[in-house]
Design a protein around this ligand. Structure first.
Ligand code: UP5
Ligand code: MG
Length: 195
C-alpha cells in the first residue's frame, strides 16, 4: 500500500507528440515524478533474465500494447518505491485493456488529477521521430514500426482520450509549436492547479 494517496496526471498523445520532453520540464518546475510507461517497459526488457524481456521487445517493435498486468505492476512499484506524492504517468493508459487493468488495481488508490493531452498531427510527429531515430537507438524509431504505432494510437488510444474527455478530465495542448512555446501553455495549466 502507498504511504499517502498519490496524485496522478496521465500524459497522452501520439508517438513523438512531445510527452517526454514536456514531462521533463514539468518535473523541473513543479516537482512531479515522471514515470514513462514506455521507459519502464524498456528498462524491464533490458534486465538480464527478465521474464518479460522478449515479449516486451516484440510488442514494442510491433507498436502493440503490452498486457496491462506487466505495465501496471511496473507503475505501481515505481510509485511505491519513490515515496513521493505527485506523478506524471506518461504514455498510459493506451487501450481498453490498460484502462480496465488500472481501474481494477490502481484507480481506487490514487487521485487522478487530469489527463494532459498533447495534440499533434501525424506528419509533424513522423518528422520528429524519424529525426530522433538517427541517434535514439530505439527499436521502434523507424518508418515500419512508426506506422504500426500510429495505427495503434488512432484505433486504441484515441478512444481512451475520448473516454476521459466525457468525464471532463482532458486538458488539450497544441503540441505542434516549438517545445518552449508548448511548455508555456503547460506551465500556466499547472500554475492554476489544473485539476
Ligand atoms: N520534440 C519534442 N517536442 C518537440 C517540439 N515541440 N518541437 C520539435 N521537436 C520536438 O519527443 C520526440 C522527439 O521530438 C524528440 O527528439 C524531441 O526532442 C522532439 P518526445 O518528447 O520523446 O515525445 P514522446 O511523445 O514522448 O514520444 P515517444 O516516442 O516516447 O512516444 P511513444 O508514445 O510512441 O513511446 P512510448 O515510449 O510511450 O511507448 C513506446 C512503446 O512502448 C509503445 O508503442 C508500446 O509498444 C509500448 N508501451 C506499452 O505497451 N504500454 C504502455 O503503457 C506504454 C508503452
Ligand atoms: Mg516518450
Amino acid at each position: 500500500a502507498f504511504k499517502m494517496t498519490p496524485n496522478v496526471v496521465f500524459v497522452l498523445g501520439g508517438p513523438g507528440a512531445g510527452k517526454g520532453t514536456q514531462c521533463q520540464k514539468i518535473v523541473e518546475h513543479f516537482g512531479y515524478v515522471h514515470l514513462s510507461a514506455g521507459d519502464l517497459l524498456r528498462e524491464e526488457r533490458n534486465k538480464p533474465g527478465s521474464q518479460y524481456g522478449e515479449l516486451i521487445e516484440t510488442y514494442i517493435k510491433e507498436g502493440k500494447i503490452v498486457p496491462v498486468e506487466i505495465t501496471c505492476s511496473l507503475l505501481e512499484r515505481a510509485i511505491e518505491e519513490s515515496g513521493k506524492k505527485n506523478f506524471l504517468v506518461d504514455g498510459f493508459p493506451r487501450n481498453q485493456n490498460n484502462l480496465d487493468g488500472w481501474n481494477k488495481v490502481m484507480a481506487d488508490k490514487v487521485n487522478l488529477q487530469f489527463v494532459l493531452f498533447f495534440d499533434c498531427p501525424l506528419e509533424i510527429c513522423t518528422a520528429r521521430i524519424l529525426k530522433r531515430g538517427a541517434t535514439s537507438g530505439r527499436v521502434d524509431d523507424n518508418i515500419e514500426s512508426l506506422k504500426k504505432r500510429f495505427n495503434t494510437y488512432s484505433t486504441e488510444t484515441k478512444p481512451i482520450i475520448e473516454h476521459y474527455a466525457k468525464q471532463n478530465l482532458v486538458k488539450t495542448i497544441d503540441a505542434t509549436r516549438p517545445a518552449e512555446e508548448v511548455y508555456k501553455e503547460v506551465e500556466s495549466l499547472f500554475r492554476k492547479g489544473a485539476g
